[in-house]
Design a protein around this ligand. Sequence first.
Ligand code: SF4
Ligand code: SF4
Length: 72
Amino acid sequence: MAIWKIKEWDWGCDHDKCTGCNICAEVCPTGVWEMERINGKLKAVGTNYKECIDCWSCLSLCPVEAILAIYE
Ligand code: SF4
Ligand code: SF4
């Protein structure tokens, strides 16, 4: 699980589930997600996570439920 700190919660992307489909990057209005090749496979990485405006599109539209909001 890759974790990025966002305000009072963390965004997580389960790279075991992520297929690199790019949907999260396409729907994110602020360009938070980018695809990076990790161990030869494309995975979503929160490269610009501080720009998140909490629209929850990425979490709700990921087809494999790889994106998680983690409250501590
Ligand atoms: S939408 Fe889900 S499966 Fe697709 S790249 Fe983003 S995290 Fe990975
Ligand atoms: S919640 Fe919205 S703004 Fe934040 S990373 Fe997901 S799609 Fe982007």
